[in-house]
Design a protein around this ligand. Structure first.
Ligand SMILES: Cc1cc2nc3c(=O)[nH]c(=O)nc-3n(C[C@H](O)[C@H](O)[C@H](O)COP(=O)(O)OP(=O)(O)OC[C@H]3O[C@@H](n4cnc5c(N)ncnc54)[C@H](O)[C@@H]3O)c2cc1C
Length: 404
């Protein structure tokens, strides 16, 4: 077997395969980052004094004799007839089964100046190290704290803003949508998260589109212009929008990809070529991609069981997540935005205390469909498991603050 990509889905795949497969399995994992698989979700630790060595995922499975890990090499071509992949270092690897686990790449908005020095993505250890080094050098050069803009107000944008602040940058989040985390939060929750960030000294501009970035005389970014014609001085810009599935290998090999990106898979993680599977953020099931660790791990498990001849299905995954962003606990699960016809909300909002709890119920007013928690997400694990079930207690008892 050959696995392309040595990220979080690949790590889980190898771990599960080594636990379940016999001695006759050989797997080569090829990754283009210059290091072994690491926990991308903890990238912010590099801004809190941590190093890349503090982010490893369990590595035991890669030390198995049946596994070869190749890092710092990129697969450039798949020859489906010969069943080989060719890498940048011109090595050929043969496969019986090919697993594509190439993830996604952090894009940049297509505006003038987006490639200037001082503009960064926020996806890999290399991105984080380059950003940290730039901020250190530029702040010394200018002899002052830097002004930073994060383009994108989704979870990763808010995390990047917290990271910038942790290294002394005065951060502003610029979001095109009318609220922060528009895929996970409703308007009230978005505005409570915004208040939390502002209270921590992070500025937020919603409903704002970036139109241009200007360089100073040395070519480094110095100003950002918005659609309304206003502009802001800036020393460092982090893009967290425009995430794209890294599906180019599959596309070039004639494997079906979705028009909006992502390698088309069925519920067994099979692509349009029966010898090729796709797992993780690069995969698209029924036109949906999944940008979280839990579904990537689930797909890896399904792929392993299928390869070993067992029954297993990936049934899709809601975008449920509980995260702490720039110090704020936020959870969003199930049908958080109440898209189900006849859904009803039961909610408690205290913008002053920064607390918001909402349950979305089916038309029967008892079956839990989803919810949003801001400020205190401790009820998330219990509530998440109740999605689809009839709540035993009065729904309001789950959201109202306990008395006394
Ligand atoms: C800052 C940040 C915070 C996050 N926080 C959370 C969180 O709190 N909770 C959560 O659930 N999710 C979070 N995520 C999302 C999560 O990290 C991803 O969903 C997960 O990493 C997807 O795993 P993957 O293996 O599909 O992709 P990746 O982890 O991106 O791995 C893909 C790997 O394949 C490599 N690759 C691509 N093409 C090739 C090629 N041709 N040849 C060789 N190698 C190749 C890539 O370089 C990469 O190393 C976060 C992401 C980021 C960036």
């Amino acid at each position: 077997m050959v696995v392309v990509g040595a990220g979080m889905a690949a790590q889980r795949f190898v771990e599960q395969l080594m636990q379940r497969a016999g001695d006759d399995v050989r797997v080569t994992v090829i990754g283009d980052e210059g290091r072994r698989p690491y926990d991308r979700t903890r990238l912010r630790e590099l801004f809190l004094g941590g190093s890349a060595d503090d982010l490893p995922l369990p590595f035991d499975a890669f030390e198995d004799d049946r596994v070869e890990l190749v890092v710092d090499d990129r697969v450039l071509h798949i020859d489906r007839r010969a069943k080989t992949v060719r890498t940048r270092s011109r090595r050929l690897h043969r496969y019986d089964t090919l697993v594509l686990a190439t993830g996604a790449s952090a894009g940049r908005v297509a505006v003038e100046g987006a490639g200037l020095p001082g503009c960064f993505s926020y996806r890999t250890v290399e991105d984080a190290e380059a950003l940290r080094a730039f901020v250190g050098a530029r702040a010394s050069e200018l002899e002052r704290d830097l002004r930073g803009v994060v383009v994108g107000g989704g979870p990763i944008g808010l995390e990047a803003a917290g990271a910038l602040q942790a290294i002394g940058v005065d951060a502003t989040v610029v979001q095109y949508a009318d609220r922060l985390m528009e895929a996970q939060l409703d308007g009230t929750a978005g505005s409570i998260v915004k208040r939390h960030l502002q209270a921590r000294g992070i500025a937020v501009r919603t409903g704002t589109r970036v139109t241009r970035l200007d360089p100073d005389e040395s070519g480094v970014v110095t100003a950002i212009e918005f659609q309304d014609g206003s502009f802001q001085r800036v020393d460092v810009v982090v893009f967290t929008v425009g995430l794209r599935a890294r599906d180019e290998l599959a596309r070039n090999a004639g494997i079906a990809v979705h028009p909006y990106g992502g390698i088309v898979i069925d519920d067994a993680c099979r692509t349009s070529d029966p010898a090729v599977l796709a797992i993780g953020e690069v995969a698209s099931l029924d036109g949906r991609r999944f940008g979280l660790v839990a579904p990537a791990r689930e797909m890896a498990d399904v792929a392993v069981r299928r390869i070993l001849g067992h029954e297993a299905r990936f049934a899709g995954f809601d975008e449920s997540a509980a995260i702490t962003l720039a110090g704020v606990d936020v959870a969003s699960f199930g049908d958080a935005l109440a898209r189900t016809p006849d859904a009803v909300d039961v909610l408690y909002a205290d913008p002053v205390a920064g607390v918001y709890r909402k349950l979305v119920l089916a038309g029967d007013a008892h079956t839990l469909l989803g919810g949003i928690l801001v400020g205190d997400a401790s009820a998330y694990p219990a509530l998440h498991t109740l999605v689809g079930a009839r709540l035993e207690a009065d729904p309001s008892s789950y959201v109202l603050p306990s008395r006394g």
